[in-house]
Structure formats: structure tokens, C-alpha cells
Design a protein around this ligand. Structure first.
Ligand code: FES
Length: 210
């Protein structure tokens, strides 16, 4: 008997659905074009912009990003699905990422992860019913000497103990970083970069080769 293949990955897009990217969002993406030699190269900034605006990058948004960048939608999906940072379905306001790599594991990350699950009442890849938290695990968060580590949105928490988890998750400021975010995403729409000031990719390569 032949195995039955079930296609769970082919996106289904409602062709009559209204656009999800506003003109302001499209313009913000286009503002990155002068930085690169091709429009396609602005794909990662585009994904960041759309996720920051909509909370996730659904199939309809992928299709519209592809239109702006003049590339096939499959290329958008290929790139997006490589990074766990990007979500194709709605996520919680805060995403808790527990490190599952060796150093953190030796220092007790399993117990910390279990404490997070117990406190939130959800499993990995799930979101709390109130939409506040989603939970993920990822490989090394680059702070191995301070494990176990938890990332809450962009804020890294080091040396976390299971008994600290409940208080940490109740802290309203647990995702707030103490330094300003990159101006790439906060100022690019208001003040497009003058392409004259930016080296082209080929110039950078020449500088690296020199
Ligand atoms: S192993 Fe956890 S931060 Fe590197």
C-alpha cells in the first residue's frame, strides 16, 4: 500500500482578501531599497517591518511583500520559514524563548522551562488564552556562561532559577531593554537614508578584500 501524503505546508491564500500591508508599510520597506543593489536584498528588513506592524507575517502579507520586492512569494516563504523569529500566525504580545543548548541544560534549563510551562499553563509553540505570552525553545542565546537563559522579546534574562520564574513573568517590564533600538526600524520611514552615503555591496567586498 502506498503512503498517503498529506500536504500541510502549501499556503492557502484567499485571492479576494483585502490587502494587509498599508501604503505606509510598503513605503517603509521601499525606503530600504537604496541600501542594496537589488530589491530582493531588502527581504529581511521587510519581514521585520511587517512582523513589527502586524505582529506576524501571514501568507497574505508574504504575497504582498513579494509584490513590493518583485520576487516570487515562495522566496519570501523560504527565507521567513528559516528563522524562528518570524511567525506566520498570531503570537502573544511577549514571546518567551528558553535556551535548550548544552551549557544552559547542564545548569538546569529543563527545570526553568518546566516552571515557565507551569506558570503560563501552555506548552511550547502555544500562546496563553489572553494573548499575553507565547513560548518557544531555541538553541544557544549567546550567554552560555550565564545559563540558564530566558529571552523575553528582546530582553535577555541570565542565571534564571525555577523559583524566580513566576515573579519574572508577572513583571510588566520583563521585555524592556535598557538601550535604544536600532534606528533601522524606528527612523527609516521618517528620514530615508541618502543612498550617496551608503557603500554598495560590491564596495564593501572590495574593502574587505583590500
Ligand atoms: S547554551 Fe544557553 S545561552 Fe548558550
Amino acid at each position: 500500500m502506498a503512503w498517503q501524503a498529506i500536504d500541510r505546508t502549501t499556503p492557502v491564500i484567499d485571492e479576494k482578501a483585502p490587502p494587509v500591508l498599508s501604503e505606509a508599510v510598503r513605503e517603509k520597506i521601499r525606503a530600504f531599497f537604496p541600501r542594496y543593489e537589488t530589491k530582493r536584498a531588502a527581504l529581511l528588513p521587510a519581514l521585520h517591518i511587517v512582523q513589527e506592524t502586524l505582529g506576524h507575517v501571514g501568507y497574505q502579507a508574504m504575497k504582498e511583500i513579494a509584490e513590493v520586492l518583485e520576487i516570487p512569494p515562495s522566496q519570501v516563504m523560504d527565507t521567513m520559514s528559516f528563522y524562528t523569529h518570524f511567525w506566520d500566525h498570531p503570537k502573544g504580545v511577549k514571546v518567551v524563548v528558553a535556551c535548550r543548548s548544552l551549557s544552559c541544560s547542564l545548569l538546569g534549563s529543563d527545570a526553568v522551562l518546566q516552571a515557565v510551562k507551569d506558570e503560563l499553563g501552555i506548552e511550547e509553540h502555544h500562546t496563553t488564552p489572553d494573548g499575553t505570552y507565547s513560548l518557544l525553545t531555541e538553541e544557544c542565546l549567546a550567554a552560555c556562561d550565564h545559563g540558564p537563559c530566558l529571552l523575553i522579546n528582546e530582553k535577555l534574562h541570565k542565571c534564571v532559577k525555577p523559583e524566580q520564574v513566576a515573579k519574572l513573568l508577572k513583571d510588566a517590564k520583563n521585555d524592556q531593554i535598557a538601550f535604544p533600538r536600532s534606528e533601522l526600524f524606528s527612523k527609516v520611514a521618517a528620514k530615508p537614508v541618502d543612498p550617496v552615503d551608503l557603500p554598495k555591496t560590491s564596495d564593501v567586498k572590495e574593502m574587505q578584500d583590500a
